[in-house]
Design a protein around this ligand. Structure first.
Ligand code: SF4
Length: 367
């Protein structure tokens, strides 16, 4: 996490209240807040809190929509820490961003930190004199990493616009340094025409050039940070084969944070918004097997009873950090806000926010 959380722990008493009473109290507090608050819900959140979301979407859309809701001085984010930071970066000065559990991080975002990225950058620029390297960070990263790419001529990308961002970066420089998701980086490289093995993986645990041989580093167009999402890397090609064995007409759709071989084996791949859209578009009776977080797949299955929608790994655990946002924590949060106590705010330092915004604006300019 790149900013200092202002902590305020939920009193234990909330864990002892019956669910029906919690829902009632949460709705009472929500109504009392009225237009002063907007609640943003990421697609991977649990149903027990999603019913309170005014707007649902992926992380960037939510950050934008929160900022656009200017009547709301409070943005309650049902998601993880880097999302709340992005919402704060884009928020108007009068808006405060609140995360019901400040411990809701993201495994992938935490695979890269500013200190090891700065060290890697220093090594890269020294090892590749005269080469222009463009740093790109995935949306799933801390505000400090977004600020880093903003300061160094790079941009942010989402899983929905990664191809566009990569093409832009290659038009600007000789090589792309992408963090923190190795798999999204490799999959995007293939989608824009690179060989699957064209990239080299920078392992921040290895002191010398991230473990890349100097001659390979000089030749590669793509340097990929060794980071991964523990949910999306739990999908395998064996599961894809199994889904097809059960019904050859199955359409397998996976998220591009999945490993390359899984994406290659699937019928389609794309962002959460893409997956949601495909579930709407595919005809009645379709059997759709999806490789992404279980909460979203389960919701899609209920939303489209005319189709047969399953998770690629039926035994997968939902994202544990997303699931830290629970009904008791949301109830505590809303009741505190309604009583005038602003708890669990996420605030990005001004200078960091300024540069992070530069990187986000560069992404927007690519549209
Ligand atoms: S699903 Fe993966 S990328 Fe998304 S919040 Fe969880 S750990 Fe992070």
């Amino acid at each position: 996490m790149s900013t200092t959380p202002i902590t305020c722990a939920m009193p234990e008493a909330y864990t002892l209240v019956e669910e029906s009473e919690l829902r009632q109290r949460a709705w009472t507090a929500r109504r009392a807040l009225g237009d002063r608050a907007v609640i943003l819900g990421h697609h991977y959140q649990k149903d027990e809190v999603m019913e309170f979301a005014d707007i649902t979407g992926d992380s960037y859309l939510l950050a934008q929509r929160g900022a656009a809701a200017t009547a709301a001085e409070l943005i309650v984010f049902l998601g993880v820490y880097f999302m709340a930071e992005s919402a704060d970066v884009l928020a108007a000065p009068h808006q405060r961003v609140v995360l019901p559990d400040l411990g809701a991080g993201c495994h992938l975002a935490e695979c890269a930190d500013i200190f090891t990225v700065r060290d890697a950058w220093a090594q890269l620029t020294q090892a590749l004199p005269g080469k222009r390297i463009i740093p790109l960070t995935y949306m799933n990263s801390g505000a400090d990493l977004k600020a880093f790419v903003g300061e160094h001529g790079g941009a942010v990308c989402t899983s929905g616009n990664a191809q566009r961002a990569f093409r832009w970066a290659f038009s600007e420089g000789d090589a792309v340094f992408f963090f923190p998701d190795e798999h999204l980086g490799r999959n995007t490289g293939v989608q824009i025409g690179l060989e699957a093995d064209a990239g080299r993986v920078w392992n921040p645990r290895l002191a010398e050039l991230g473990g890349i041989a100097p001659n390979e580093l000089a030749e590669t167009p793509l340097i990929l940070w060794k980071g991964f999402c523990n949910v999306h890397t739990a999908f395998t090609t064996a599961q894809v084969a199994d889904a097809r064995a059960q019904d050859p007409a199955t359409i397998v759709i996976v998220h591009p944070e999945c490993p390359r071989d899984v994406v290659a084996a699937a019928d389609e791949d794309g962002s959460t918004e893409f997956i949601i859209r495909r579930c709407q578009e595919l005809p009645e009776g379709s059997r759709i097997v999806i490789g992404t977080d279980w909460n979203l797949v389960n919701r899609l299955a209920h939303r489209h009873p005319d189709k047969h929608i399953f998770c690629l790994n039926e035994h997968i655990c939902p994202c544990v950090t997303m699931n830290r946002i629970t009904l008791p924590k949301l109830t505590w949060c809303l009741e505190s806000l309604a009583a005038g106590e602003i708890v669990n705010t996420v605030k990005v330092e001004d200078e960091m926010a300024r540069w992070a915004r530069v990187a986000l604006d560069r992404m927007l300019a690519l549209a």
